[in-house]
Structure formats: C-alpha cells, structure tokens
Design a protein around this ligand. Structure first.
Ligand code: UD1
Ligand code: MG
Length: 421
C-alpha cells in the first residue's frame, strides 16, 4: 500500500480552567471553533485522513465537525499517548506519516506542519517533534538532546530534575511520526510518571532506545504553538491571530490606520490602496476592491462585496450588500440584503428595512442615483438608475429611472400657534 499522510487531532480533554459548560475546543476564536481551525489547517496539507479523538462532550465536537473527519472515542482520560492509541483502528493498516495535533492549539500554520513533514521524510526520521525556545518554559515538556544535539527524549515538567527544568527548549505538542513505529511505541508506554498517565512524548525515548532516528524542528514564530486553557489565553490568541491577519493585508498593500482596533476575520479579500480607518470590523469572506475607504466605526458583515473606490463611512453597518464602483455610504446607515450600482450616493441615516419580522427582502438601487438623508427603503423595493429620493422619504414602492420620489408629508406651518402672551 502506498504511503499516506494522516492527521490525528487530540480533542478529548475537559478544559477545566475555561470554567465552561461546553467542550473547550468548541469555543470560538475569532469567529471559528478552536477544533475547526485545527481541522482546516490539516485540510490545507491535503492529508489523506483526519481522525479526531473525542471524549468529553463529544457530541458538541461532532456537531461542529460533522463528517469532515473520522472519530475515535477516548472514554477515559489516561493521557496523550492513550488518546492517540484510540485512533489505532484507522491507522493499523496504513504506512507513512501521522501528524499529531491538539484541538486547543488553534493558530498553528499549515506551512509549519509542511516543514515538519518534509524534514521527517527527508531526514528519514521516525519521530520529528516541533519545539520552541521559551524564556519561561514553565508547564511544558522539555527537550533532552545528546551532546551531538540529537533529540533523545522529552521530560514533562512534573517529572523533570532541576537541571532539566532549566532547559528552555520545549515540546510544542505537535509531532510527525512513522505510523507503524508509533503504534508499536504507544503499546510500550507505561504510566510510571508523576501524573500516572500514558505520555505520548515517551514514544521519542522508546524509539531512541530501539535505535530509530528522531529529530526536531525549532519553530520560528513562537506564537503559533500557543494553546488555550483559559479565557485569558483565548483573548491573547485572538489578538495574535488578528494581528497576523492584519499584517497579511498590510503586506498586500492595504493601509490599516490602527491595527489594534481593526478586526478583519478569515478569508477577507481587500484590494490595494484601500484604507481601513479605526474601529472597523470586517467579517469572514467579505470582498473589498481597490482604493476603497472604510470606517472609522464601520461594520462590514458577511456576504458583502464592494467594487473599487467605494466609501463606507462612520457608523455604517452593511450585510449582504453588493456595492458598485464609486458608490458612497458615508454615514449612519444600515444597508442589508441590498444591491447598489455605480456612483450612487446614499445619504446620511438611510436604512434598508429588510426584515418584516418573518422574511428578509431585497433592496435594489441603480447607478448614479442620489438617496437623500434619512430615507427608509422598505424592501422588497427597486430604485432605478439616475433617480433622486427626497430626504426623509419612506419608500415603499419602486422608483422608475430618472425620477424624483418624495414620500413624506408636506410641511405645514401654523403661524402664531406657539405665540406666548
Ligand atoms: C503536552 C505534552 C508536553 C507539551 C505540551 C504542549 C504530554 C504528556 N505532554 O502537555 O510535553 O509541552 O503538551 O502543549 O503529552 N488529551 C486527550 N486525552 C488525554 C489527555 C490529553 O485528548 O487523555 C488532549 C487534550 O485535550 C489536549 C491535548 O491532548 O488537547 C494535550 O493534552 P494536555 O493535557 O494539554 O497536555 P499538556 O499537559 O499540556
Ligand atoms: Mg496543554
């Protein structure tokens, strides 16, 4: 049988420190469940199979991942080695590599895993560990190397001698193993350690004892392997992820005035020379053209697609809005389920009334139209090209091209009505 690359994701843990009623790995980081991010990273590697080890609140994990992965169940939490062994039925007939990931380490890059797999294949290693150098390595397993620098074993903090604790190179908990040799090693694990658990990292020592070659890659970006154990770490990693995404957009030619206060979710496309002002949120999948101006204080929700030279100004929320070139929505608007043509101006305070309490309906606005301030567009409604809507109108009927629409009471002045004495 041809060699394969498969991934095993450990996600059986309880996550006590999250103080949650849910499985830890179904918590969302930046709009997406922790475990879903890990699965998507594995998918980017085009692995042949993904097996998720579930246990605590497994139905919740399964509800998030559906049939995108296979499941192994760990009934009792006996340690990481025991967790991986639960996937044996999916691994036993395979040859090749297995990468081991944790459901609570959500921002690891696919690129890093690719390097790990490549090294493992190129250097013919039976185990390749991802490591990092931390000034404060507390809590992590430490990497033991021999005089020549080869990785020999990993010792958990709780089992380490003072000299071992001083080692700053830590185990990131991410590995690439030879499938068959891993299964053999897992069966030789013994819970003869401070925590009474079957430790997956002990497989490295077992392989070394058999003379099987093992190695490691030291990660460049230490933030990638951070895990989530509590809400403070969830917040920290959200910021790390946010800054990473913002930097990618800046590298592609987008101006972000204040990265700390700009929230761009996954898979957003933004054209060159677009400027994002502070306090802007752009949700996943949105597409924005070149030379646009967004914010400050704008909320661009799912399903929006903006052409070039579009302006979305302050206190504007848009959702499922397809907006043509040169169109402006400069202030205080809600534009939802809406298509707007080119070079149209949407006046301050204009609202699409897209929801009648039961259904969402569409508003269509043509090219070169002028919607005055404080207009309500009661959907479904269609406004033609080159129209003019008077300020304060509540538009409930279609407006034909080239017309003026006024839909409000004329002003009445009652002279002397409020005169005192
Ligand atoms: C583990 C490593 C440690 C490494 C650290 C990196 C072991 C023994 N130690 O420690 O060397 O530095 O990760 O973060 O592996 N899990 C299960 N079933 C179990 C136990 C754990 O599914 O029986 C899952 C957890 O939910 C978690 C992952 O495995 O997603 C890692 O387990 P965790 O308890 O966090 O291991 P650490 O003590 O952090
Ligand atoms: Mg951990």
């Amino acid at each position: 049988m041809a060699d394969e690359i498969v991934a095993v994701i450990m996600a059986a843990g309880k996550g006590t420190r999250m103080k949650t009623n849910k499985s830890k790995v179904v918590h969302k980081i930046y709009g997406k469940e922790l475990v879903k991010r890990v699965v998507e990273t594995a998918q980017k590697l085009n692995v042949d199979d993904i097996i998720t080890v579930v246990g605590y609140k497994k139905e919740q994990v399964q509800a998030v991942l559906g049939d995108s992965v296979k499941y192994a169940v760990q009934e009792e939490m006996l340690g990481t080695g025991h967790a991986v062994l639960q996937a044996e039925k999916y691994l036993k007939d395979k040859t090749g590599k297995v990468i081991i990931l944790s459901g609570d380490v959500p921002i690891l890059r696919a690129e890093t895993l690719r390097k790990l797999i490549e090294k493992s294949i190129h250097d013919k290693e039976y185990a390749t560990v991802l490591t990092a150098k931390y000034d404060n390595p507390t809590g992590y397993g430490r990497i033991l190397r021999d005089i020549g620098g080869s990785v020999k074993a990993i010792v958990e903090e709780k089992d380490a001698t003072p000299a071992q604790r001083a080692i700053k190179e830590i185990n990131a908990g991410v590995y690439c193993f030879d499938i068959q040799e891993l299964l053999k090693a897992l069966k030789e694990l013994k819970p003869d350690n401070a925590q009474g658990e079957y430790y997956l990292p002990d497989a490295i020592r077992i392989m070394n004892d058999k003379g099987l070659k093992t190695g490691a890659i030291i990660i460049e970006d230490n933030t990638e392997i951070l895990g989530i154990n509590d809400r403070a770490q969830l917040e920290l990693l959200t910021r790390v992820l946010k800054n990473r995404i913002n930097k990618e957009h800046m590298a592609n030619g987008v101006t972000i005035e204040d990265s700390d206060n700009t929230y761009i979710y996954d898979d957003v496309v933004i054209g060159r020379d677009t400027v994002i002002h502070p306090n802007t949120t752009i949700k996943s999948g949105v597409e924005i053209g070149e030379d646009c101006e967004i914010g400050p204080n704008a909320y661009i929700r799912e399903g929006c697609k903006l052409a070039n030279n579009v302006k979305i100004g302050s206190f504007v929320e848009i959702k499922k809005a397809i907006i043509g070139e040169g169109t402006k929505v400069p202030h205080l608007s809600y534009i939802g389920d809406c298509e707007i043509g080119e070079k149209t101006n949407i006046g301050c305070g204009t609202i699409t009334c897209n929801y009648d309490g039961f259904n969402k309906s569409k508003t269509i606005i043509g090219n070169r139209s002028f919607v005055g301030s404080n207009v309500n567009l009661v959907a479904p409604v269609e406004i033609g090209d080159n129209t003019f809507i008077a300020a304060g109108s509540t538009i409930t009927e279609d407006v034909p091209a080239d017309s003026l629409a006024i839909a409000r009471q004329r002003q009445l002045n009652k002279e002397g009505w409020n005169k005192k004495d």
